[in-house]
Write a protein that binds this ligand. Structure first.
Ligand SMILES: Cc1cc2nc3c(=O)[nH]c(=O)nc-3n(C[C@H](O)[C@H](O)[C@H](O)COP(=O)(O)OP(=O)(O)OC[C@H]3O[C@@H](n4cnc5c(N)ncnc54)[C@H](O)[C@@H]3O)c2cc1C
Length: 400
């Protein structure tokens, strides 16, 4: 297999345009929204107008017609600007809309994915419940088939974009006796009677993003809004999470690169003779640079694999079991690696910069508080380690 780590000219141009747009239109205002904990409506409109809400989807579904690699490039650049913003657009595109693209039928894609990819509506992905975080099969929200609709009852928590989304991908149990095999996925529209968002969570970071509860009380969802097959919601959820982990990791790498630039700037300001007496600082910079580079290459390697996987599923091509296992393992590995390199770099960067870096309004202080979530959502890092460890035991070390 040829290994080529260079981006095409078109990809380089895509990155340049995205970076310039984000630095000019989003960065100057994003801190206001984080400080005020206000929804960045104006910024999301501008972002959507660029087509960025639908980067990886075909044009016929309202997207830009690019693939996962371009989406990862975009998320790396968004991560450099603001992890709240990357959470909002990542939950919308990489997780929720991607589920629709992979598992939606033609009618569902045309009805729902088109406005989502164009950014006319926002999407959320509602899996987590009070008693079902890592333990997804413990989902209690029920969906009972009555005539030509399903009646949903239950609640969700910690849902990114939950209160702002026009469309929510909801996971519910259609057969509680079957555990994970009794889960199904549904497309629920915001105005469906019986569906309502609850309170917003008060978070330690990513304050410019919204995280909310959702409630379903005798909420009637038409049967045509079943996403995939009844009883196949668990694979929908796991596949969507596998797919989203590459872009989440690219966002984490972007945020880490920004923090690294900041600490490098600081070290450059240290007089040379003083720096020579603190040469361990140079070792630390070298270690950080190596870790970030490894994480970045790993992200794009997995991104390419994930992109292939997404297209196979979306185009109903049979996925070879060993390819799927390899992809799941790599997606879990890169998620852990990229977010933990981020934590390590942020931690050391604050130590090196000292008390200024610890301040809440400093890029590093904010980056630290914003970065922690990467180790929790889309599967905690320990759950991802479980995925990796189990696959290593099952398949061996393997060629990746
Ligand atoms: C800001 C934010 C945004 C979020 N956005 C979304 C969203 O958009 N959609 C959504 O569905 N969810 C979302 N979540 C939920 C998130 O995915 C969950 O918090 C996460 O899956 C962990 O679940 P939990 O919090 O219930 O922790 P738990 O599952 O209770 O885990 C607690 C600890 O126990 C460990 N643990 C649990 N089980 C095991 C095990 N079997 N083996 C080893 N260790 C284990 C975990 O690793 C963790 O360290 C969000 C959460 C936050 C905080």
């Amino acid at each position: 297999m040829p290994i080529d780590f260079t981006f095409s000219e078109e990809q380089e141009q895509f990155r340049k345009t995205a970076r310039e747009f984000l630095r000019k239109e989003i960065e100057p205002k994003i801190q206001y929204y984080n400080d005020a904990e206000e929804w960045p409506e104006e910024l999301l409109k501008k972002y959507a107008a660029q087509g960025y809400m639908g980067v990886p989807f075909p044009k016929k579904y309202g997207g830009m017609g690019y693939g996962e690699l371009e989406y990862d490039i975009l998320m790396e650049e968004v991560g450099k600007i603001d992890p709240s913003f990357s959470t909002t657009v990542g939950a919308h595109c990489g997780l929720a809309s991607q589920s629709l693209y992979m598992f939606g039928n033609e009618e569902q894609r045309l009805k729902y994915l088109v406005p989502l990819a164009k950014g006319e509506k926002l999407c959320a992905f509602a899996l987590t419940e009070p008693e079902a975080g890592s333990d997804v099969p413990a989902i209690k929200t029920s969906a009972v088939k009555e005539g030509n609709h399903y009646v949903l009852n239950g609640s969700k928590q910690f849902i990114s974009n939950g209160d702002m989304a026009g469309v929510v991908i909801v996971f519910a149990s259609t057969d509680p006796d079957l555990g994970s095999k009794g889960l199904s996925a549904f497309i629920v529209e915001k105005d469906t009677p019986g569906f309502s968002p609850g309170k917003l969570e008060e978070k330690m970071g990513i304050k410019g993003s919204h995280t909310s509860e959702l409630f379903f009380e005798d909420c009637e969802v038409p049967e045509e809004n079943l996403l995939g097959q009844e009883g196949r919601g668990y694979p929908v959820a796991l596949t969507a999470l596998d797919a989203a982990r590459a872009s989440l990791s690219s966002g984490a790498v972007g945020a880490t690169e920004r923090a690294f630039e900041c600490v490098v700037e600081h070290v450059r300001g240290i007089p040379p003779d003083e720096l020579m007496q603190r040469e361990s600082l140079l070792f630390e910079l070298a270690d950080m640079a190596m870790q970030i580079k490894a994480a970045r290459y790993f992200c794009y390697h997995v991104g390419a694999q994930v992109g292939e996987y997404i297209e196979m599923i979306a185009n109903h091509v049979k996925v070879d079991r060993s390819f799927r296992d390899r992809m799941s393992r790599n997606a879990a590995m890169v998620k852990v690696f990229a977010t933990e390199v981020g934590a390590l770099v942020l931690n050391r960067a604050i130590d090196i910069v000292g008390m200024d870096g610890y301040m809440e309004n400093h890029l590093l202080g904010r980056g630290f508080n914003d970065g922690v979530i990467g180790e929790i959502y889309e599967g905690t890092n320990d759950i991802n380690r479980l995925v990796v460890g189990m696959d290593i035991v099952a398949r061996g070390v393997g060629e990746e």
